[in-house]
Design a protein around this ligand. Sequence first.
Ligand SMILES: [Zn+2]
Length: 281
Amino acid sequence: MPELPEVEITVRRIDAAVRGAAVESVLAPGMNVMKTFDPPLETLVGREVTGVRRIAKMPVIEFGDLALLIHLMSAGRLRVFDKRATPKDRASRVLVRLGDGRELRLREFGTKQRAWAKLLPGEAVAAEEMVATLGPEAWPAPPLDDFAAAIAKPRHLHPLLRHQKDISGIGRSWVDEILWEARLSPFKKGTELDDAEVEQLHAALHVLGDAIDHYEGTIGADLPDKIPMPLQVHKREGQPCPRCGTTIEAVFFSEHQMNYCPKEQTGGRVLKDRRLSKLLK
Ligand SMILES: [Zn+2]
């Protein structure tokens, strides 16, 4: 799933490409993709795209005083195409057809339809349920005190940092990088951190900003569907830690995995593979 840095570079590139373009028509071939019906999508016809931005991991396309809020879920992608999708393109969810022949397309890969969009008055976006319940954005990093308050929860750091209501923008890839950068165990609890550790974790959020800078230098105007991510430990099990050379370990869960450096993050302990312990029960 695209996380804060990937969605940020996506909206920057799309904003540069379509800002000012006129909307010719809008279609929603994805059966259940639109979660709002009033105003209808046709309201956008004749309007201009006035900006593309992001809230946490959600792109927002603005058309004057209306905004299309998009939740990509795990497999949604937003991209501009020179030509229009054919009706056979089964990945199409929302098609914003522009007057110059191009198309801003929300697609979703895989068999599940989970991505969704809401067309809202611009002023209503902040009050939308998903948006209103978000914790502070992880980048630019919130003030230290706000961050400390956001993560002061008796839960393991790995799920805690991915929980959008506590702090927003981080997902399964970047959480590993942030914890590795901070040299903290994914199984340490938010409430177990001392002041120095909270500061380390707060400082480690710079990996998100570094990733955006990296993308600025490597991603051109035409966004790839899969942005090559500059990851150091996530999905790097078996490889040497780029800092200390210790073999990176992994814990596998049903839908995701966690990677860490045992020497620097868990006091040398190799954590149990949850997948395996489940089988042994
Ligand atoms: Zn290491």
